[in-house]
Write a protein that binds this ligand. Sequence first.
Ligand SMILES: NC(=O)c1ccc[n+]([C@@H]2O[C@H](COP(=O)([O-])OP(=O)(O)OC[C@H]3O[C@@H](n4cnc5c(N)ncnc54)[C@H](OP(=O)(O)O)[C@@H]3O)[C@@H](O)[C@H]2O)c1
Length: 451
Amino acid sequence: MSIDQIKDAIESGGTGDDLAGLAIPDTYRAAHTLRSEQEMFADMASADKDPRTSLHVGQVATPELAPDEVVVAVMASAINYNTVWTSVFEPLSTFFFLDRFAREGHWESRHRQDFHVVGSDASGVVVRVGNAVRNWKPGDRVVIAPVVTHDQDPDAHEDQMLAANQRAWGFETNFGGLADLTTVRASQLLRKPTHLSWEEAAVNLLCAGTSYRMLVGAHGARMKQGDIVLVWGGTGGIGGYAVQMVLNGGGIPVAVVSSPERAEVLRELGCELVIDRKAEDYRFWSDEHTQDESEWRRLGKKVRSLIGDDPDIVFEHPGRQTMGASVFITKRGGTIVTCAATSGYMIEYDNRHLWMKLKSIVSSHFANYQEAWEMNRLIDRGVIQPVMSEVFPLDQTGEAALKVHRNQGEGKLAVLCLSPEAGMGVSDAEKRDRIGEDRITLYQRHARGEL
Ligand SMILES: NC(=O)c1ccc[n+]([C@@H]2O[C@H](COP(=O)([O-])OP(=O)(O)OC[C@H]3O[C@@H](n4cnc5c(N)ncnc54)[C@H](OP(=O)(O)O)[C@@H]3O)[C@@H](O)[C@H]2O)c1
């Protein structure tokens, strides 16, 4: 049985019963790293590590289906920063995560393989459901949230993200989304927004869900109307959604980017206050070990010159390079909300500026299923737009990951899996017209030089 029969059935509008009647192939095409190569970049500078040499696209074995899982025929997927981390084996090889996960039980042991299929976002069609799955059936068009948890951890019932066994699909687990098939928990599924193409629908959940929890959900900074929010990486994956959420929620975004072109996208989106960090040439570190407070002050003055006040919230993720400045510029009583540390996780800031001015650092990670559901609803209603700029074929996953690694991509980079070309999968064209082609495709048009 070949994957082509599944692909043909989906393209020709086959019913759920048609799909359920097709056999699942024993192997499938997937972007993956290899355990045997996990030392390949040892002693190399991070910037020199090339995902094109570590990410392979080839056949891998299809896992057995657990009762609470579904098999999804993946139409499109996306590069996330965790795809980059996996492909450069930083901060540690993800085979460590797979081995740790495998120790948790019978079904988890399937994840210990000599390959790691990457990818933590996808859109597609359900082709098989396990016998404990209640809400989903073959033929359902879905997007996939990245959080994997058992419902038997009591903490998961307070907040899924608190569960000890909470893992990121396709990063801390195997069988990720950058593939023709994926096997995921039913509790990761959400309905595909009907007005989006497969690839526009595929890029959102990991980053948009993360930004939603950081800014809007009950566990993050809980932005309110009028809040000034400084967003690092305002056209990046999480930053691109954060800016939209601040605008939608009546806040005032001050976005930081590193080029006039990126500033232009934000202005087109309605974000008027933009700082070009390259042009300003901030040097928060005077050497590897010493920060320069006068540079923090310079950034703070810049923000005040733009909006007359300090940020109520700083949306933080670059980490070591920026955290000292972020803590310094936040308003008295304000919040620094952080979910990452792209430039280094050993963070240093002046604690006096935190405690004396009663600021808080709030940590955040992904989004629980309910937050992801709320987020997906905003996308489905056309309130939040995908920040997809470019589309790559699955065979070029390494090229796409390299672009993110080098900070050369804008917003999200999509990857086509079973979808033969970009633009397919829209099932409600009237709704798309109503929301507006121009709004939906802002990042794509900018990448094509059409703005
Ligand atoms: N915990 C979670 O749940 C979660 C979820 C998603 C992502 N993340 C993490 O969040 C980080 C960002 O992810 P992403 O998808 O937004 O990545 P991305 O698409 O590469 O965007 C990040 C942006 O940050 C800016 N940036 C990078 N290095 C910087 C530095 N040294 N100083 C200031 N700005 C810098 C860049 O914008 P400019 O160059 O234009 O300023 C870049 O576009 C990654 O580390 C990722 O692993 C965590």
